[in-house]
Design a protein around this ligand. Sequence first.
Ligand SMILES: Cc1cc2nc3c(=O)[nH]c(=O)nc-3n(C[C@H](O)[C@H](O)[C@H](O)COP(=O)(O)OP(=O)(O)OC[C@H]3O[C@@H](n4cnc5c(N)ncnc54)[C@H](O)[C@@H]3O)c2cc1C
Length: 438
Amino acid sequence: MRNYQSWGRYPKSEPNQIVPLHWLSEIQELRRFSRPVLAHGQGRSYGDCCLNNGGILLDTLGLDRFIGFDTQTGILRCEAGVSLDAILRLAVPKGWFLPVTPGTQFVTVGGAIANDVHGKNHHRCGSFGCHVTAMEVLRSDGERVICTPHRNAALFCATIGGLGLTGLILWAEFQLKPVAGPYIASEQIRFRKLEEFFELSADSDKNYEYTVAWLDCISSGAKLGRGIFMRGNHSSRPAAPRAERNGKGSFGGGFDAPEMLINHASMRAFNWLYFHRQRRDAVAQVVPYEKFFYPLDVVPGWNRLYGQRGFLQYQFVVPYDRQQAVQEILQLIERSGQVCTLAVLKVFGEIPSPGMLSFPRPGVTLAMDFPMQGRPTLELCDRFDEMVRAGGGAVYPAKDARMSPSSYQTFFPSWQEFTNFQDPQFSSDFWRRVTPAG
Ligand SMILES: Cc1cc2nc3c(=O)[nH]c(=O)nc-3n(C[C@H](O)[C@H](O)[C@H](O)COP(=O)(O)OP(=O)(O)OC[C@H]3O[C@@H](n4cnc5c(N)ncnc54)[C@H](O)[C@@H]3O)c2cc1C
């Protein structure tokens, strides 16, 4: 039985009806529904952009077929419910890789487009939408629109990063990138303060395709801002015969952890161990791509570790010249007494996203997880919003469950222009929360 919550499991939301989709040719006219409709992929969005309380959720996981794959050019066309892990299983043995991948492979192509996801190679390759060459969008009046960067280009730009609100993406075509095999030549380098992170990032972005850092958000005082910088390139090592992927752990067979499991003491111990897990300051390894890109996927139900109340992820970006906002936010967390369980820091590059409402933009981005503890957690995030607004940045809707309408409208001033492309039948909990148009 699928559950249709978001990954953060906050807020709770109850659709009126689930409509599983199986065949592109059999999808009925969506305007027959008297309630708002919304596509739902793998539900890997942390907040409420994939939720539709009281409305209709279109479950896209049955739209899971490949339509074409040119192994000479690396152009792949597939239905929108195909997941990134299925693409990797097909493409990597043939010498191709995703142009951009988020930190989990369990997202659908439709979800990757609707949130215009980014990865560790943003400084080199931009966002996922930069690599989409065509897609077909089904509007609620039954019209099927093929859009490309040159044909129906305005709908194309609105749909990339369009939060699923321009209609149902039926299929998409995009360009993969050639690779020699399934390995990544990676390095992990310990840094002791944020300045070191920024130096490492500036140095590495020239020679490394993938860069990102884990940040220790629990340690205080002189240790504030320390972490581990990870960088890598596709290795020329060819695939070795390997046992079928297995050994995926699972947390607790689908029950919730007691909330007290995550607290200052346990996270302090975890962060200490993580920071000191390598004996030397720098370690180089050649690792399978799954280990490099998707360390969290090893434990499928890890979001349940946060118990019934769930958790929030807060991800923002600020321009390079406002990078001190990262330090200020870390200090604010230190003073707040809230527990930041995971923090990931990255510098975005200059490549513009094609999406009208895309989140990635030049600057520094920090993503942080917090157990949901009600008002104190929400108030802390409101304080972050103020700082991000003052710094001319933005908060990522795919991770958001609580930002105010005025914050959203400041971060994404194109939202009004976007409503010209929104399908009148489509809406989400997120959209009703942040815009008057709902
Ligand atoms: C562990 C983890 C790590 C992550 N790391 C990153 C990261 O590094 N970078 C990043 O950018 N994101 C990251 N994310 C977020 C995730 O990549 C996005 O939220 C993604 O959009 C989820 O895809 P999904 O298939 O689960 O879609 P859902 O979450 O189900 O839906 C997301 C949006 O897509 C829309 N949608 C889905 N299918 C269609 C369709 N066929 N037609 C139209 N609209 C559709 C939905 O309506 C909704 O608005 C991460 C998430 C997790 C859990």
